[in-house]
Ligand binder design. Structure first.
Ligand code: NAD
Length: 462
């Protein structure tokens, strides 16, 4: 029996609305998806302001990552809803003749979505789009670490979506824990593995299915690139994949680089050159890199740099400004492999480069560590690409770019092993919040006696 904590009334309302069948109607699903589009169109400036206040995101970056992507996904869901909702016929074995079968998509019920602070709108609305498209009632709990965004989420969702079926509960871990004491029909969690474990344990009590979108250390293997044009693009994409989305505070940001010893000096030189081109001599003044979310994470990142052997490996950057919670783009060359910067998820603008004797050794390096959410390979060497695909395991693998896989509606997004399980985006979001029910219909025209007892010798001879 769940504790009395103030959510009983809201959950009861959600259950009743779901039971009424309202959320199953295609017209309701469409209206909510349209509501999301209106919300983003009409409240764009509130969203941009909140993202700047909580995370220091430049409005161009904020629009790209948290408005443009959500509008794209809502439109994609609207365009495909009819197809996704349609039942599909299934073939049956001859022995079941006469019969027909189909697969019917049914919503799961009342679902809980817990999101993270680094992309507060994107990581809340991407799963909400899936949950609504699939016909569920929803509770969203955003992160308390981006409080302005959390408040904008609560206010705008209240103003633009059907509040009897979609609710926002604001608060921190205590609120999250209270919610988890209740029974949901699905929990979709985005965050770190420590809380992921708490979520899964709480869900197990009610046998509630979960999707865990966790993080990890995403490596980028940088191979020899012959043409100077390709090299320039690769380096720009690496810089973007490290510092360009929430200042490296992204689950699919490049965490560290693996490269050949001989390439490292040129790579460091090019990275420096293009960091300067992108962010100037004083990156903080460029306002093109997000700030560190809070003092705790700022100190955590500073501590990573203070460890023995790590500080001396800094070859670029390293300066920080506590007042403004800003750490400049920093490159480290061969920090100790047992240091925290190489064992913990960095989640910030620090980029270690690990040099190897042979680029193929990168595969063993990745295999020896927990499965990342993404592996990146900057290489046109087909054999290396094949080896990386076949011998490493990760949520996704992208060659010659980073992060970009996130926006492809046709690709499933999610982790494997330590980076989580379950997947979403596009049709996968719909599936993540649906149950595909097997429906079989038989007729009485033909019947075979051998299937019924008694099991006598006559039947054995058949
Ligand atoms: P977190 O795990 O600390 O918090 C995530 C959410 O869980 C927040 O809403 C928080 O309030 C809530 N929460 C915290 N304690 C709770 C508890 N005891 N019970 C219930 N809810 C609780 O993660 P974070 O710091 O917000 O995000 C950073 C982590 O998330 C990183 O590891 C990152 O890689 C990961 N992440 C993953 C993805 C992805 O799509 N896979 C995206 C963004 C972030």
């Amino acid at each position: 029996m769940a504790a009395m904590d103030g959510f009983e009334g809201e959950l009861k309302e959600l259950r009743e609305v779901f039971k009424s069948g309202k959320t199953r109607e295609a017209s309701w699903r469409r209206a909510q998806l349209q509501g999301i589009l209106s919300l983003f169109k009409e409240r764009e400036s509130d969203i941009l302001k909140a993202l700047n206040q909580d995370l220091g995101k430049h409005h161009v970056e904020a629009y790209r990552d948290e408005i443009g992507t959500v509008i794209k996904s809502a439109n994609y869901a609207l365009g495909n809803l009819k197809k996704w909702m349609a039942s599909k016929s299934a073939k049956l074995p001859l022995a079941s003749f006469p019969a027909s079968a189909k697969l019917v998509q049914e919503p799961l019920g009342v679902v809980l979505i817990i999101s993270a602070w680094n992309f507060p709108f994107g990581l809340s609305f991407e799963p909400i789009i899936g949950a609504i498209a699939a016909g569920n009632a929803v509770i969203l709990k955003p992160s308390e670490l981006s409080p302005t965004c959390s408040s904008v989420l609560a206010n705008t969702i209240r103003d633009y979506l059907d509040n009897s079926a979609i609710k926002v509960v604001e608060g921190g871990s205590d609120v999250g824990e209270n919610l988890l004491r209740h029974k949901f029909d699905k929990i979709f969690f985005t965050g770190g593995p420590r809380v992921g474990e708490i979520v899964m344990t709480a869900a197990a009590k009610f046998l509630t299915p979960v999707t865990l979108e966790l993080g990890g250390k995403c490596p980028a293997v940088v191979d020899f690139i012959s043409s100077s044009w390709d090299k320039k693009i690769a380096v720009k994409r690496i810089i973007w994949g490290k510092y360009g989305a929430c200042g490296g505070q992204a689950c699919i940001a490049i965490d560290y680089i693996l490269t050949h010893k001989k390439i490292a000096p040129t790579l460091v030189e090019l990275l420096q050159k293009y960091i300067k081109k992108s962010f100037g001599d004083n990156p903080m003044e460029s306002h093109s890199i997000a700030k560190i979310v809070n003092k705790r994470h700022f100190s955590r990142l500073k501590q990573l740099l203070e460890e023995p052997g790590v500080k001396s490996s800094i070859v670029y950057g390293g300066k920080s400004d506590e007042q403004n919670l800003f750490i400049e783009p920093t490159i480290l060359l061969d920090p100790p492999l047992d240091s925290l910067i190489m064992t913990e998820e960095i989640f910030g603008p620090l980029l270690p480069i690990i040099t190897l004797e042979k680029i193929e050794d990168s595969v063993e390096f990745i295999r020896a560590r927990p499965n990342p959410l993404a592996v990146y390979g900057f290489t046109t060497n087909q054999n290396l690409q094949k080896k990386m695909i076949a011998e490493t395991s990760s949520g996704a693998i992208t060659f010659n770019d980073a992060i970009i896989q996130y926006v492809a509606d046709t690709l499933p997004f999610g982790g494997v092993g330590g980076s989580g399980f379950g997947r979403y985006h596009g049709k996968y979001s719909f599936e993540s919040f649906s149950h595909e029910k097997a429906v079989m219909r038989r007729g009485y025209l033909i019947d075979f006696g051998f299937r019924y007892p008694p099991w006598n010798n006559k039947k054995l001879q058949l």
